[in-house]
Write a protein that binds this ligand. Structure first.
Ligand SMILES: *Cc1c(COP(=O)(O)O)cnc(C)c1O
Length: 237
C-alpha cells in the first residue's frame, strides 16, 4: 500500500473516531484532501483510494491539475486567496470556493459562472481570530456579506470557512471553532440553506469536528509535509 493510501486510511479513521466521540454521524463530515504543491499523480493515487474532494490554493497550478485529471469525477474546491482579476477561471473550473471575503469577489464569481453549470457553492471566509494580517471578513461583517451575495444567481451560499490562529492547545482550538458554530447558527435563522462549516486542518481536525465542522481540509496528514505553512501563506504582506 502506498504512503498516500495508508495516510488516507489513517485520516479517515481519525475523522470517524472524532465524529463518533462527538455523537455525530461521520457521513456528516466531508474530507477535503488539500493537494497544493502536489503533482497530479498524487491526487490520482488518492482518488484510487476513493477520494473525491480536493482543495487547491494556487490558480495556475490547480488549472493544470484539473486538466490532467479531467478523466476522473473529482470535486474541486478553491481554498486560496482570490485576486479580483483572477475570478474568471475559478468560476469556470471549480465546484466550490471557500474563500469569499468581500462582495466584489462574490459578484464577479456569480457573473462569470457559466450559465450551463450549476451555481458555484461558496463559503464566506471569516477572520475568526481577529488577526490583523489574516484574510477573511470580520465576524461582525459576515451577515452583511451574506445579505449581499445570497440572491446572486451564479452562487449558492453554503456556509462559513476559517483558518484560525495556530494553537496546539485543544481547549483553545475548540473555543475558536465554537465561535464559528455560533456564527453559523445565527446566520441560519435568516438563511437556513447555510449548512457548511469548513474548518479543521491537520493540526486541529479533532477539535473542529467536536465543534461541528462539516468539511475538514487536510493536507499534511494525507500527502506529507510541504515546504511552507498555509497559515504563513495566507498572511497578506
Ligand atoms: C494548506 C491548507 C490546508 C491544509 O493544511 P494542513 O495543515 O497541511 O492540513 C487547509 N486549509 C487551507 C486554507 C490551506 O491553505
Amino acid at each position: 500500500m502506498s504512503k498516500i493510501s495508508s495516510n488516507l486510511d489513517t485520516v479517515r479513521a481519525e475523522l470517524n473516531q472524532a465524529a463518533l466521540a462527538a455523537n455525530r454521524p461521520p457521513e456528516a463530515i466531508t474530507l477535503l484532501a488539500v493537494s497544493k504543491t502536489r503533482p497530479a499523480e498524487d491526487l490520482r493515487q488518492a482518488h484510487q483510494q476513493g477520494q473525491i474532494d480536493f482543495g487547491e490554493n494556487y490558480l495556475q497550478e490547480s488549472l493544470d491539475k484539473i486538466k490532467a485529471l479531467a478523466d476522473l469525477p473529482l470535486c474541486w474546491h478553491f481554498i486560496g486567496p482570490i485576486q479580483s482579476n483572477k475570478t474568471r477561471p475559478i468560476a469556470e473550473h471549480f465546484h466550490w470556493v471557500h474563500t469569499v471575503e468581500r462582495e466584489k469577489i462574490g459578484r464577479r464569481l456569480s457573473e462569470q459562472r457559466p450559465a450551463d453549470m450549476p451555481p458555484l457553492q461558496i463559503c464566506l471566509q471569516v477572520n475568526i481570530s481577529g488577526e490583523q494580517s489574516k484574510s477573511g471578513c470580520l465576524p461582525d461583517d459576515v451577515e452583511a456579506l451574506a445579505d449581499s451575495l445570497v440572491t446572486l444567481p451564479g452562487l449558492t451560499l453554503r456556509g462559513l470557512m476559517a483558518i484560525p490562529q495556530a494553537s496546539s492547545d485543544e481547549t483553545e482550538q475548540r473555543a475558536v471553532f465554537a465561535r464559528m458554530r455560533t456564527l453559523l447558527t445565527q446566520l441560519q435563522q435568516k438563511y437556513p440553506q447555510m449548512d457548511t462549516l469548513s474548518m479543521g486542518m491537520t493540526g486541529d481536525m479533532k477539535a473542529a469536528i467536536t465543534e461541528g465542522s462539516t468539511m475538514v481540509r487536510i493536507g499534511t496528514a494525507i500527502f506529507g509535509a510541504r515546504d511552507y505553512n498555509a497559515r504563513d501563506y495566507h498572511k497578506t504582506p
